[in-house]
Design a protein around this ligand. Structure first.
Ligand code: S3P
Length: 440
């Protein structure tokens, strides 16, 4: 594999190594935001120094939060003392740039809507073409005054006037943890009880972290409620490894001959582990052991062994809990025997790229037998993959999923524009070299 914005991959044999993937992206965003609202200093360990999470940290700093960096690596801070503002943010002097991060923008929108100052959220071209109507609607329902000023309707830049918020009872039309979190965070600043009902279970890191910070939440069937006016009580956080990053290695090892790959300290929150269930259903051999429950987030080790993979169906309520892992699961489907059906996943079309299109295009370029649907794809596994010259369309998960696919293709695979990997997994290339270096 080489560097500088394009990757070249050659086929490899079985893998025998151990890795610790970097901190969880979803939890790191929430740590920066919730610790920044807390009533004192919070020590956050294993923060993910990826572009997305660094942008959220910068955003909180521009809102008056101060940070001491206790430990940093070559990508940025990994251990931080975040000095909470006791819910008293200050007016930013510039536009807040969320870069490529939908999570950063949507969660920050939740807190900016209820401030007594104006602010603007923007992002890169991909983020400024993603739908923000899904957060604008409930926030406007709470009395927020915000405008989507992008070239595309309902898209960023978002301009907030800042208003006192009223509570809402919001029934979400899409199963989105980002929307749920935006409304709950806005609810912290509203007077009264805000509640959100979700059509399917989505990742619950916001609820777990708010609880860890002493915030009282109410639980109803499919719904969560929050009483406004509470202040998070400062506490320390240990962020587990990101299972979405671990997924690339699980597939690399499970689809290979004679492999055994151990991943240490991976977050095993049940609203994120559907990827493991699917891989087990596909015949993967993966041992899991929960070793900690720190901050209400279970974490532990995963060991993936070489397996014979077979196709499966992924659809319905399973989709929100593995939405980010679908690109690599589609690669696993192409490497498996039998047919993989992915349905009910139209949300993939509004991620960092249209992930139905970009996965289908790249799989086809590698010789896989795949059919595109409006809400997913069907992959007839077992076709021999061949190396190809691919784009990743500015999408980190497409870049990483097809790096793994390249390990199983005849000849050389090259992927252009891979700098986007830094949005979620700085160090991916080094880990890739480590895994391939263990190849026999
Ligand atoms: C995330 C939620 C998911 C996911 C994203 C991270 C989060 O998006 O795709 O990468 O941290 O809340 P949706 O909630 O929009 O499905």
């Amino acid at each position: 594999m080489n560097s500088s914005h394009s990757l070249t991959i050659h086929p490899a044999g079985g893998f025998f190594t151990e890795l610790t993937v970097p901190g969880d992206k979803s939890i790191s965003h929430r740590a920066a935001i919730i610790a920044g609202l807390a009533n004192g200093p919070c020590r956050v360990r294993n923060y993910l120094p990826s572009e997305d999470c660094l942008n959220t940290l910068r955003a909180m700093k521009s809102l008056g939060v101060t940070c001491d960096y206790i430990d940093t690596n070559q990508y940025g801070p990994t251990e931080i003392i975040i000095h909470g503002t006791s819910m008293s943010l200050s007016s930013p002097s510039t536009v807040i740039d969320c870069g490529n991060s939908g999570t950063g923008m949507r969660l920050l929108a939740g807190i900016l809507a209820g401030q007594n100052f104006e602010s603007t959220l923007t992002g890169d071209a991909s983020l400024c073409s993603r739908p923000m109507g899904r957060i604008i609607k409930p926030l406007e329902g709470m009395g927020a005054h915000l405008k989507a000023t992008g070239d595309k309707e309902g898209c960023a830049p978002l301009i907030f006037q800042g208003r006192a918020l009223a509570p809402i009872r919001y029934v979400m039309p899409v199963a989105s943890a980002q929307v749920k979190s935006a409304v709950l965070l806005a609810g912290l600043f509203a007077h009264g009880t805000t509640s959100v009902e979700q059509p399917a279970i989505t990742r619950d890191h916001t609820e777990r972290m708010l609880t860890d910070f002493g915030i009282q939440l109410g639980y109803e069937e499919n719904g969560i409620s929050i009483e406004g006016g509470q202040t998070p009580e400062a506490c320390n956080l240990d962020i587990p490894g990101d299972i979405s990053s671990a997924a690339f290695w699980l597939v690399a090892a499970a689809a290979n001959k004679n492999s055994s790959l151990t991943l240490r300290g991976v977050g095993l929150n049940p609203t994120r582990t559907a990827v493991l269930k699917v891989l087990l259903r596909m015949g993967a051999q993966i041992d899991q052991s929960v070793t900690t429950e720190g901050n209400g987030e279970p974490a532990g080790d995963l060991v993936a062994h070489a397996s014979e993979l077979r196709g499966t169906e992924i659809s319905g309520s399973e989709i929100p809990n593995l939405i980010d892992e679908i690109p690599i699961l589609a690669v696993a489907g192409a490497l498996a025997q039998g047919t993989m059906h992915i349905r009910d996943a139209a949300e993939l079309r509004v991620k960092e790229s249209d992930r139905i299109r970009t996965v289908v295009d790249n799989l086809q370029a590698m010789g896989a037998n795949v059919t595109e649907h409006d809400d997913g794809m069907t992959i007839k596994g077992g076709a021999k993959l061949r190396g190809a010259n691919l784009d990743c369309f500015g999408d980190h998960r497409i870049a990483m999923a097809f790096s793994v696919a390249g390990l199983f293709a005849a000849g050389e695979t090259s992927i252009r524009n891979t700098e986007c990997i830094a949005t979620s997994y700085p160090g991916f290339e080094d880990d890739f070299s480590k895994v391939c270096g263990s190849s026999r």
